[in-house]
Ligand binder design. Structure first.
Ligand code: C2O
Length: 547
């Protein structure tokens, strides 16, 4: 195994997009930032120098961080942010996983421009399918003309959703349907009759995206760096945080074809989404054709297509890193997820109306609207046994008795008001955990992509309406459920996940729509140390940033 070293200079740079010059924060001056490629078993060492005017952290989305939780990156969860002018070295070994992951800033809205691909090649050099001719990262993103930190602060101050972005992007480029963007449209040159692997990543902040290539079928072979049984489709759906490795066979008439992405917006009665389309061009045999063929993307509210894709994936049991589904459960958590209202105040950057706090929009899990600590990270507080940073009383059940015969169990006004708190769930080393997420419909109803750090989980079931603990459990897939790190919980529905807590640390579990993370749709799972040194989190590195 090798040691792979990178230097990340996080700094402000000027770029031109959508006909204007903009100052953005980026890594090594590039958007997306550098692609990191390792082989499973390698140790990755990334020296991050914060030369930007903002607090920064980098998260390695989907990496297990086995016994290296100090390198996970979410601000105030595993570390205090790297202040301007400071640095931190992230060091960790990548084991038991291969495929496509990514890295991104995990502080405020900075990940809009601070992100890149993280590719883990198989140690064996073999895939569970014929080795593709070539492979390319396809990173979907979102672009704002305004400063993204201002966008977030403004939304927080007013207690409202953030402004829509101004464009979606493919590998940082909006594509030729947006103004002044034609010349820089992403182009992928291929030859006829080969198989390519596209490593697609959704790095957008607040939008799930449908992705298609005109006239071509795509075969999904992995999601979130976990192999799937090959699934042939003409459309791929990715929630923010999710990845999909797809095989593309170039067996169509040589010419040019568009690849395109556009949002899937499940929210009902919400303001109209930005329904524009980002494009790239697939060019066969260097033939610059007159105009590329455009695929027909699903409508933005096409939940049946979204659900068909998400619920059709299964894991590849024969792959080397596959783990069986936990059957005997030590912890069973049922949690509502959704929007709510909270009082302004505390650390909330709310505007006060005539010096009185007012109600603002919030988001919560089981009525706890998660607030980040300020003076110490949760992992430091846990490790050094410092009191007063969090409370280990995250409720394992919703605060009311569910009436499972309600059409929407979660529209009880008892769930409308969520108190702000820093409540975490603490579990024993190696505990087997089941979490059922139940979407609520009080302020709005929508598909929330729930992401867990430090683990992959089995998605044993999902459906619409109320989770029915008797009948839905009978239909759980305990044989080959898809394995992910981010699950889009069906709109107005539920999803059930399972994992074994074999990695001590503090792991944030949150909605990967940044607009909802900042509103409090999160909690933290603290996994205690095990009995031996190989199940004990070592002390933090000496350069861990201080608050
Ligand atoms: Cu990709 Cu906590 O995030």
């Amino acid at each position: 195994a090798a040691v792979v070293q990178h230097t990340f200079n996080v700094e402000n740079v000027t770029v031109t997009k959508l006909c204007q010059k903009h100052v953005i924060t980026a890594v090594n001056g590039a958007l997306p930032g550098p692609t990191i490629q390792v082989t499973e078993g390698d140790t990755l060492v990334v020296h991050v120098f914060n030369k930007s005017p903002y607090n920064v952290t980098i998260h390695w989305h989907g990496v297990f961080q086995l016994l290296s939780g100090w390198a996970d990156g979410p601000s105030y969860i595993t570390q205090c942010p790297i202040r301007p002018g400071h640095s931190y070295t992230y060091k960790f070994t990548i084991t038991d996983q291969e495929g496509t992951l990514w890295w991104h800033a995990h502080v405020s809205f900075l990940r809009a421009t601070v992100y890149g691909a993280l590719i883990i090649l198989p140690k064996s050099r073999h895939y569970p399918f014929a080795t593709p001719h070539k492979q390319f990262p396809i990173i979907l993103g979102e672009w704002w003309n305004a400063n993204v930190i201002d966008i977030e602060n403004q939304a927080q101050a007013l207690g409202v959703p953030p402004n829509n972005s101004n464009a979606y992007t493919i590998n940082g480029r909006p594509g030729d349907l947006y103004p002044c963007s034609k010349k820089h449209t992403y182009k992928l040159k291929v030859v006829h009759g080969k198989t390519y692997m596209l490593r697609i990543i959704n790095a957008a902040l607040n939008n799930q995206l449908f992705f298609k290539i005109a006239n071509h079928k795509l075969t999904v072979v992995a999601v979130d760096a976990s192999y799937t049984n090959p699934y042939v489709t003409d459309v791929v759906l990715l929630a923010p945080g999710q990845t999909a490795d797809v095989l593309l066979i170039t067996n169509q008439t040589p010419r040019a074809y568009y690849m395109a992405a556009r949002p899937y917006v499940s929210a009902q009665n919400a303001p109209a989404p930005d329904n524009t389309t980002t494009t790239g061009i697939l060019i066969y045999d260097q033939l610059p054709s007159t105009s590329p063929i455009m695929p027909i993307l699903p409508a933005y509210n096409d939940t049946p297509t979204a659900h068909k894709f998400s619920s059709s994936l299964t894991s590849l049991v024969s792959s080397p890193n596959w783990k069986p589904v936990p059957k005997k459960l030590d912890e069973q958590i049922l949690t509502t997820i959704g929007l709510s209202v909270s009082l302004c105040g505390g650390t909330n950057k709310c505007t006060f109306v005539s010096n009185k706090p007012f109600l603002r929009m919030s988001a919560n899990m089981n009525n706890a609207s998660f607030q980040l600590p300020q003076n110490l990270s949760i992992l430091q507080a846990h490790f050094f046994n410092k009191k007063g940073i969090y409370t280990a009383d995250f409720p394992g059940q919703p605060p009311l008795k569910f009436n499972y015969t309600d059409p929407v169990l979660s529209n009880s006004t008892a769930l409308l008001f969520a108190r702000q708190s820093t409540r975490v769930k603490q579990v024993k080393y190696n505990a087997t955990v089941e979490i059922v997420f139940q979407d609520t419909s009080l302020i709005g109803v929508e598909n929330h992509p729930m992401h867990l750090h430090g683990y992959n989980f089995h998605v044993v079931g999902q459906g619409f309406g109320n989770f029915d603990p008797v009948n839905d459990r009978k239909k759980f897939n305990l044989v080959n459920p898809v394995i992910r790190n981010t699950i889009g919980v069906p709109v107005g529905g539920w999803a059930a996940i399972r994992f074994q807590a074999n990695n001590p640390g503090a792991w944030i579990l949150h909605c990967h729509l940044d607009a909802h993370l900042s509103l409090g749709l999160a909690t933290v799972i603290i996994v205690e140390n095990g009995p031996t040194s190989s199940s004990t989190l070592p002390p933090p590195p000496h350069d861990l940033p201080q608050c």
